[in-house]
Ligand binder design. Structure first.
Ligand SMILES: NC(=O)c1ccc[n+]([C@@H]2O[C@H](COP(=O)([O-])OP(=O)(O)OC[C@H]3O[C@@H](n4cnc5c(N)ncnc54)[C@H](O)[C@@H]3O)[C@@H](O)[C@H]2O)c1
Length: 157
């Protein structure tokens, strides 16, 4: 499922003819009613150029998106994965960051749509686990990419 904000069908050209593969064009900020076995939520522009282009949509993608996929996972009683980010630590005062470090985040800066959106998504994921016993797992990572152009996009990470 993708709204192709930064994604592109050509990235998955090899899959399109596979009868076991189904592509749904959809914006995650709107509820989605489908039947699936597991959910992997990676939807969110990740480079500063892209997430700062429409910051309100970026926050909505993380927050409304999380609410929508968590609601779906709860209804279907399935596992759900969230792609989080080291940016949830903001401008950290602890290096390297440990699981019990909460971060040092600016809530009103130009990067906040991404950092705070992802933080709120984490809050929602953990509350769904505590409140609804939903099996969740998260990953917090950084990208290492070979392409110089792509690296330039991510330089401000
Ligand atoms: N790239 C990294 O280094 C990195 C590091 C940490 C976390 N992440 C997270 O991993 C995920 C994927 O990152 P990426 O580098 O592949 O980013 P990307 O921008 O290349 O891919 C994001 C995908 O989400 C889709 N998308 C965006 N908004 C959407 C919406 N409202 N509804 C449906 N689809 C939407 C885009 O079209 C695109 O296919 C993101 O959630 C990002 O925050 C990435």
């Amino acid at each position: 499922m993708d709204n192709f904000y930064t994604g592109n069908k050509t990235n998955i050209i090899d899959l399109l003819d596979n009868p076991l593969f189904e592509l749904v064009r959809h914006d995650i900020t709107f509820p989605l009613y489908i039947e699936v076995d597991e959910i992997y939520n990676l939807a969110c522009p990740a480079s500063p150029i892209h997430y700062q282009f429409d910051p309100v949509q970026t926050t909505k993608t993380s927050v409304h998106g999380a609410i929508n996929v968590l609601g779906l996972a709860k209804r279907l009683k399935i596992k759900i994965f969230q792609a989080s980010t080291s940016e949830v630590y903001g401008d950290p005062k602890v290096h390297p960051q440990t699981e019990d470090y909460w971060g040092n985040v600016n809530p009103i800066g130009v990067r906040s749509c991404y950092d705070e959106g992802k933080r709120c998504a984490e809050t929602l994921f953990f509350d769904y686990r505590r409140q609804h016993d939903l099996p969740i797992w998260e990953s917090c990572f950084k990208l290492y990419c070979a392409s110089a152009a792509k690296q330039a996009d991510y330089n401000l990470w």
